[in-house]
Design a protein around this ligand. Sequence first.
Ligand SMILES: [Zn+2]
Length: 249
Amino acid sequence: MSNTQTRFCKFCGEQVDFLAEFNDYYCRFCHSYQTHGESISVGGKKSPAYNIDPNPPPVAPPVLPPAWRGNIPMFRHREYLVMQAFLSWGPKYTIYNVTGHKMGEIKGKIISWGGEWNFFDFEGRKVANVKGNPTIITFQDKKFDIRDHQGRFKGAIKGKYGFLRRKWELYDANGRLVGRPDEQVWIKMNWRLIDPQGRILLTVDKKWFTFRDQFRVVVSEHIDPLIALAYAVAIDYMYFRGDKSSSSW
Ligand SMILES: [Zn+2]
């Protein structure tokens, strides 16, 4: 492999460095090697490693979908691997990219009147926030605002009471409906977010890993990866943990 040409990250589009000792290109913006992936090891168990395209990264910056362009590198990926740990003080999620490297962490605070998730990059900088509005009674509509690293409002997750339980919808910063989970949300292994035109925006696959409490998030080019990831994590928590463990959700 040669390092004479300027090349750009296959994932986020930033300029990559050639690391001779690894014989690979590396993106320091999203922590991604460019031609090989590694499995993720947690507690002695290993995830399957992705087959990364072995070609060198492109010599021109890749064209990113319009919905992704204003985002920081961490939120310009098509796929994320999320691992959960439930600690005494609240949920924690570690985010990996498909090359098996850590991209960041999400720390949740679950409190009776709402809930909050803070997203951090791999250097510990706060890069997003999801915060719930206080609710007094159980059968009240809930809303979680999603904000980026600059505190800009990016969208909202709204929980509307329907038959038997809430339906969590995703809205953009202009208040337009982005999508709703399809009926597969009742199946605990996989679910998808579908837009009003019926397109799949987001797929969450909980079977991909070899161990519990992990999931894979696949983001389409029609949705901002920041709000997609925020939604995937919040929904995973609210459908599969919060709704059954606490009446205040
Ligand atoms: Zn990158």
